[in-house]
Unconditional design. Structure first.
Length: 369
């Protein structure tokens, strides 16, 4: 590892340890689906990209004359739009007063020319906002799918030739309704300083976001086989020959960088895969919408992934209390179990928030022999 690079990551880690993300104004969010399956790391030929994580498969489709998003820039953009959607409670987002100001907010340098960051940033923004996502879950008992656009519409009035010039109109994006709902219902908290520190490697960004999410609900040690990790993180590597060895070498190298930023993560090489042990999450926080009434004003018009009576909508703070009641559990999985239990029971609780917390507390109690 480059010593200057390593020293910089250690410095960033010390800064994060000294001040929590929320206190530092660096608390961000990412849609849960993108912590499990990521975008291409490098340029991809064609207009479709598929990546798998166990029984879950993600397909990204692009317009043939635009191309697929790839690299670090669209990942930073995804974290920004998710964070802003959670913060404002609105699917309509303004993308900064000028191109250079928006790039600075994402921690990107301003370099012009055909190969400069300015041109690449605008190009990757168009690629990302033009993309459509399809998710498919398949096992022996169930085959289910979901499709959505990242953006219903967008307007970019930036000029790469004049990045500091204020345009006549504001650049905006209106997030796709299903994508927006996924964001406000299941955002994963992340530290934006970590993303900026790891932005030189798309794989490092993916590993960090995945570990941050995974450690929220990991209850016992687990070893993930290298072939499964390659399907999730190594789409650029051949599945046979030298490909798996090259992927493993690259993954472990980037994992070291991630662990400098997230030293609390108990993770390392196992006998046949990556060994994970329960660890403190890197960011302990849940989204608090700026104006809850506005958040639900938009959400009420969106189709829910699973039908639920309006009376059973849970408050944002309830999920934090649920995590405290059932440490190490995935509260969203518990929520699904709770709703299934209510449906079978055929009786709605008078206080859904208290009932859900009580359900989580009972689930977390050790079973007696």
């Amino acid at each position: 590892m480059n010593h200057n690079r390593s020293d910089k990551l250690v410095f960033e880690a010390l800064a994060m340890e000294a001040e929590q993300a929320k206190q530092a104004g660096a608390l961000g969010y990412l849609a849960r689906v993108f912590t499990q399956i990521g975008l291409p790391h490098s340029a991809v030929t064609g207009s479709q990209f598929v990546r798998r994580n166990g029984n879950l498969a993600l397909t990204i489709s692009a317009m043939s004359d635009v191309g697929l998003p790839f690299g670090a820039i669209p990942r930073l953009l995804l974290s920004w739009v998710t964070t802003e959607a959670v913060r404002t409670g609105s699917p309509i987002l303004e993308l900064g007063p000028t191109l250079s100001a928006f790039m600075a907010e994402l921690g990107l340098a301003r370099q012009g020319g055909k190969r400069g960051d300015i041109t690449r940033f605008r190009n990757q923004t168009v690629r990302l906002f033009s993309s459509a996502i399809s998710l498919r879950y398949s096992d022996k008992a169930l085959d289910a799918g979901l499709g959505f656009n990242l953006a219903d519409e967008y307007s970019l009035w930036w000029s790469p030739k004049s990045p500091d010039q204020l345009p006549l109109w504001k650049s905006t994006v209106t997030l796709g309704s299903k994508f927006f709902q996924e964001i406000i219902e299941r955002p994963v908290p992340i530290d934006l300083r970590a993303l900026k520190a790891l932005k030189r490697s798309p794989m490092a960004l993916d590993i960090y976001c995945w570990l941050t999410h995974r450690m929220f609900y990991l209850q016992k040690p687990v070893e993930i086989p290298w072939p499964l990790l390659q399907l999730q993180f190594g789409a650029d590597y051949a599945l046979e020959g030298q490909g798996p060895r090259d992927f493993k070498k690259k993954f472990l190298h980037q994992l070291k960088n991630v662990c400098l930023i997230y030293p609390e993560a108990h993770v390392g090489e196992g006998e046949r895969g990556l060994a994970l042990k329960p660890s403190p999450p890197h960011v302990v926080a849940l989204p608090e919408p700026k104006k809850p009434a506005e958040r639900w004003r938009y959400a009420a018009a969106l189709p829910a992934p699973a039908p639920a009576p309006a009376a059973l909508l849970l408050k944002a703070a309830t999920y934090e209390k649920a995590r405290q009641a059932a440490p190490g559990f995935d509260v969203y999985a518990l929520e699904r179990d709770w709703r299934d239990w209510i449906d079978k029971k055929g009786e709605q609780p008078k206080n859904p928030d208290s009932a859900f917390i009580g359900f989580c507390r009972r689930k977390a109690q050790p079973k007696t022999a």
